[in-house]
Structure formats: C-alpha cells, structure tokens
Design a protein around this ligand. Structure first.
Ligand code: GRF
Length: 217
C-alpha cells in the first residue's frame, strides 16, 4: 500500500564523490523512498556529488571553509543554509568535517551519518586500512544519529562485510561501499515511515527501545 505520509524532506551534506547521495536520489526516483531532497550542501566547490543534484535541478550550495575564520562561524553559516530548507532530517553522506557541538545539538535526533565500520569499532578516518592492520575478519558500515561524540551516536543499523584474503584498503573499501547504499536506504525508509526515532538519547524502533543496532543481512 502506498505511504500516505508526506515525503521526508532531506538536506544532504557531502564533500566529494557522492555515491551515497546518488543512491538516495535513485531510490527516490524509483519510488523506493518516500523522501524529497530539498538541497545538497557541499564543503567543497568541486565535489562530484553536486552533479547528481544539479541534474535533477535540486538546489546545490557549497561552503568553502577558507571563507570562514573559525569552525564556529562556518557551522553557523551552514546551519543558516540548512534551516532555509526546514528539513525533517539532515543526512551526512561523506561530509568530511567535524561538527561543532552547537550545530550537532541544534539537529539532535534530526541528523544521521553513515560510517564505514562496525561502530563502535574504528571511529574516525582510514577505517579500511585500519581493519586490515588489525587483521579483522569482519568489517562493515553503520548508520547512526549524530551526537557530539565523533562517530559515537546511537547506531540504528549495521551491515557486516567479510575481509577476504588478499584484500587491500581499496578492494575492501569498495566491497563496503557497495553495501553502504542499501544500508543507508534501509535506515531512511524506516525514518520516512516513522519507525525509528531518537527520544531523550534512546533509540526507538516501532516505539520499542532498541538497545543493539539492527543488523541488515
Ligand atoms: C562513505 O564511505 C561513507 O561511509 C563515509 O564517506 C564515504 C562517502 O562516500 N562517511 P560517497 O561520497 O557517498 O561516495
């Protein structure tokens, strides 16, 4: 049955390639996600991902950190831009900046991120190389609400990806990325259907507390 809810309005933040953004836009085009991307904001003027939005005549904006004297002033400008579109949800899709506490608290429960590891393992950068360095047999990706703690907010859903013999950071990263797209879509579908909420720091799935991340197989 078609969802009678209004589409979830999204502002998507990117910094580069934008393959997660592309997957979100394609899912919307295909009628698989009841959402609307109101704007795409990039921290880099040359982010390739901006093209996917431009092709669909979605508003695109780029905020260059060189134009702002401090992280706080950048984030104030970013918040002003995002709020122009009054989105239901802010979606970080490869946005390569550490956010200030003020920005994060403004969007508490309304901002999600995708991270290429099985959080809480491997927060931060270079997760694929670090998974190999640690000789992990299993790696993956997580979608989580954003809190002040870097890559530390409540995890909604994860997907596990095997580390194979002979993997390097590139082959492993590619295998994880292929799974990220379906993972982000699943999380967004649940949020669009109002099945996931963050309430007072507690994750709820269908109104019940979720104490462990959901696992996508
Ligand atoms: C993804 O691996 C995502 O998990 C991480 O940054 C990368 C963005 O890739 N946060 P893309 O720009 O969506 O292709």
């Amino acid at each position: 049955m078609a969802d009678s809810r209004p589409p979830l309005s999204l502002v998507v933040l990117i910094s580069g390639r934008g393959s997660n953004l592309k997957a979100i836009l394609e899912a919307i085009d295909a009628g698989e996600l009841n959402a609307k991307v109101c704007a795409v904001i990039s921290s880099r003027l040359d982010a390739k991902g901006l093209d996917y939005a431009r092709q669909r005549r979605i508003d695109t904006l780029a905020l260059d950190s060189n134009d702002y004297p401090s992280r706080e002033s950048y984030d104030r400008a970013l918040q002003g831009l995002i709020d122009r579109f009054s989105p239901d949800l802010v979606v970080l899709a490869g946005f390569m900046r550490i956010l200030t506490p003020g920005l994060v608290s403004h969007y508490q429960g309304r901002m999600i991120n995708i991270h290429p590891s099985l959080l809480p393992a491997l927060r931060g950068l270079n997760t694929h190389q670090r998974a190999l360095d640690d000789a992990l047999h299993e790696h993956g990706a997580s979608v989580h609400f954003v809190t002040e703690e870097l890559d530390g907010g409540p995890v909604i859903v994860q997907i596990r990806v095997p580390v194979l013999e002979g993997d390097d950071a590139e082959t492993l990263g590619q295998r994880v990325l292929e799974q990220e797209h379906g993972l982000y879509l699943q999380a967004l579908q649940w949020i669009a259907a109002d099945r996931i909420q963050l309430s007072g720091g507690q994750l709820l799935f269908d109104g019940q507390p979720l104490d462990k991340p959901l696992q996508l197989t």
